[in-house]
Design a protein around this ligand. Sequence first.
Ligand code: NAD
Length: 472
Amino acid sequence: MRDCTQFYIDGQWVDPVEENTVAVENPATEQTIGHISFGTAADVDKAVVAARRAFESFSQTSKEERLTLLRAIQAEIETRKEELATAVSDELGAPLSLANGPHVGLLAGHCQKAIEVLEGFAFERLDGPTLHVWEPVGVVGMITPWNWPLNQIACKVFPALATGNTMVLKPSEIAPFNACIFAEIMHAAGVPAGVFNLLNGDGPGVGEAISGHPDIDMVSFTGSTRAGIAIAKNAADTVKRMAQELGGKSPNIVLDDSAFTKSVAKGTVAMMGNSGQTCTAPSRMLVPHARMAEAKAAAKEAAEGVIPGDPKGNAAIGPVVSRAQWDKIQGLIEKGVEEGATLVAGGPGKPEGLETGHYVKPTVFADVTNDMTIAREEIFGPVLCILGYEDYDDAIRIANDTEYGLASAITGEDIELARSLAKRIRAGRVAINGGYDLGAAFGGYKKSGNGREWGEWGFHDFLEVKAVMGHG
Ligand SMILES: NC(=O)c1ccc[n+]([C@@H]2O[C@H](COP(=O)([O-])OP(=O)(O)OC[C@H]3O[C@@H](n4cnc5c(N)ncnc54)[C@H](O)[C@@H]3O)[C@@H](O)[C@H]2O)c1
């Protein structure tokens, strides 16, 4: 059993104000693997008092002091990598290879990036008679989801720390243990008391107390658009800064001149990774109408090669995170069949031989039209929709016909064409031929949010700008 029933507040592990112990499940075994406590507004108050007090001195630390701290955190991460990966695998159901690879890799990667950015970051600029100064926002409330839990903590904590803020983190109640280990890492690295605080709980109990708290200056939220809207409304009365990283329904435009079978297969496998539980997942594949049959064959073969199974074995994907997610995904798969999409691979029910655990068959729908529910709603499971387009104008029209705008992809040989299409997509990210960069801005247009994380972009989310006029 893995128990983390205390909260990390003001540099120590403390009991919650009220006892409320809740079990955490392993989605592969459906067994309880440990317990956390759900906090209340009283616990949030304690953490905010600590963070506010710590802000006095931490906001005045030098760049060098914060660099030393980030390097110490980096060294501690190195010593705890295996434990972090095991925790993510146990609570999320991620295959160990994925947990050891990208899940922990992104935590370490964002720490390294924060160090590099901080080394070169200018906190002051003289513009004629005026000195512009970038200062920390203050006490930041951070609310994160379960799907890439370490990545989302890293995207917020490292830039906030690098820019001199103090913070109160509430990770997802569904995958909390990796965050408990992270708090131990922060402690072992010598982060001053009150700078980083962690408490567990759910949205109504702790999340709302954070978003409405009068002494929290900013909320940085990653999660569903539903919760993001609720949090922004609750935060409005205190006029705190709000950064939202929300859902997506990202298009992947496969151009006629691409290595077609390979591109379709790659896009299919990319959709299934992390059991489809990725906000940037390329969930709408757009192919020329004339090549729909070819796309179906390639996607079917690729999806059938993605074998779900025990996260501790060699499976390509594990289960989805919970019974509630499984039910939601099944409902949407059934909706796809009902609305007339062609089921090419997978479908309703559990994969053969995997009755225990929240396993979903890697599923591909083709001949999908953009008005179908499966093309509009974020499924957050291993379910790909393939849609046909007439020409490139049509492809752009379909790509942009969504309330989301988080990510997108274009695959093709003609780089000039890809670049020109990239300009017309209304989304925060466009990956041309699998392009990827840890320093690239990460954030959404439209209902996918309004913040920007990763690299230098994340620093600006956590900074105020002060103009000192007459400075000379
Ligand atoms: N844009 C991004 O960077 C990004 C990254 C990862 C995940 N996501 C999105 O996250 C969603 C999946 O994660 P999830 O199911 O954990 O999302 P969720 O919105 O249900 O929960 C996210 C977090 O918000 C908290 N929360 C929920 N309701 C709240 C409320 N009313 N007030 C305050 N806090 C509240 C939860 O306890 C959790 O910590 C997907 O929609 C996915 O696209 C977005």
